[in-house]
Ligand binder design. Structure first.
Ligand SMILES: C[S@@+](CC[C@H](N)C(=O)[O-])C[C@H]1O[C@@H](n2cnc3c(N)ncnc32)[C@H](O)[C@@H]1O
Length: 343
């Protein structure tokens, strides 16, 4: 790192997305052999449930002849691959779809393109590159990978978190910041009695872009991520290497840095333009979508060993002690849409 001082979000941005060294820019961190595993990599049933949801929403929108389906941050491209595979039984829907992936990492884009080479998908770097058809946006573990800022109040003063390089070590340093600057950056009034703020400026930008598209073109967004519902903001930044938590100031460029979404804050932001917002746990969403029923049908022709593996994976997705409760599913859409499948 050439610079010696970064605000926390710039430090995270640099560690993850620096053009030559960034964590996401040079390797594939996802999967059993990587540093972490995501729902589409755990079981194809996850993507199948998303496919059924997409078909249901398209029907609810009046089966438009053209519809944009955009995935934000597609990792290895596994979910897009499974969606396209499972849509072979829904030919009319599939023909209506213009598939897009918004991806930042050239390395992951290469993997996504290879995996999805048999399907018609466009890669974009900006959301305004789509046509004005009704649009459904899906995002699994996308927002948690966007860099966050942190502010805290000590006495009467507010401080912003920075990371400084001291010889060869990185350390946190908090610097005083004017209260009006915090509110300007946050785009919101700070809640009374709030003493800590964690938010992502990039998420705010994305929320605003997504809201505009849905308001204008109709459609909706399905956001799946790990997060919490309380109003009070928490310090949730974490770093993971080899499936274990690490110190975020160590292993720069070598570990993933994420945070938990404050869904309440997301709701407030989306609510500026969109009126219908639903949030449910991943457990309830997948069960409502019929994941257990699907597992039962599939398991009929499996060996005992395969059956055990299938249920072990489904359990990982829905168990309250595993991903089931920590992960939430958020659906945002326009007032006139009454779609509620899965919620
Ligand atoms: C944690 S991974 C999740 C991957 C995938 N959705 C899954 O569930 O396996 C985050 C993904 O978002 C991408 N990403 C992060 N920031 C991005 C940005 N600003 N624009 C586009 N893609 C981004 C990363 O490169 C990566 O593909």
């Amino acid at each position: 790192m050439r610079k010696n001082k970064f605000s926390l979000d710039k430090f995270i941005e640099h560690s993850l997305y620096d053009k030559s060294n960034g964590y996401y820019m040079k390797n594939n961190p996802i999967g059993n052999k990587g540093d972490f595993i995501t729902a589409p990599e755990i079981s194809v049933l996850f993507s199948e449930m998303i496919s059924i949801w997409l078909v249901g929403f398209w029907e609810n929108l009046g089966k438009p002849k053209k519809i944009n389906i955009i995935e934000l941050g597609a990792g290895t491209g596994e979910m897009m691959f499974q969606i396209n595979k499972s849509l072979k039984n829904f030919e009319i829907f599939k023909k209506s779809c213009e598939f897009y992936i918004l991806e930042k990492s050239p390395q992951l884009m290469k993997i996504q393109k290879k995996k999805n080479r048999l399907f018609k998908i466009k890669w974009i770097d900006k959301l305004n590159k789509i046509k004005s058809f009704p649009t459904i946006i899906i995002a699994n573990e996308f927002f948690d990978a966007l860099p966050v800022k942190q502010y805290k109040k000590l006495g009467k003063a507010w401080y912003e978190r920075y990371v400084v390089k001291n010889k060869d070590k990185y350390e946190f340093k908090d610097e005083e910041i004017k209260f009006h600057e915090i509110e300007k950056n946050l785009g919101e009034k700070v809640q009374k009695n709030e003493k800590f703020i964690e938010f992502s400026p990039r998420s705010n930008e994305k929320i605003s872009e997504i809201s505009k598209i849905i308001k204008k073109n109709n459609g909706g967004a399905l956001i799946i991520d790990y997060g919490y519902l309380g109003k009070k903001m928490l310090d949730t930044v974490q770093s993971v290497k080899n499936h274990k938590k690490t110190d975020i100031l160590k292993n720069i460029y070598q570990s993933d840095i994420t945070h938990l979404l404050n869904f309440n804050f997301y709701k407030k932001k989306f609510n500026k333009k969109l009126d219908k917002i639903k949030i449910i746990s991943q457990r309830k969403f997948l069960i409502n979508m019929g994941i257990l029923h699907r597992a039962e049908i599939l398991s009929k022709n499996l060996t005992f060993h395969q059956k055990t593996d299938l249920y072990y994976r489904v359990q990982r997705l829905i168990d309250s002690q595993q991903m089931g409760e920590l992960f939430k599913v958020m659906f945002v859409t326009n007032r006139q849409n009454n779609f509620s499948m899965g919620f």
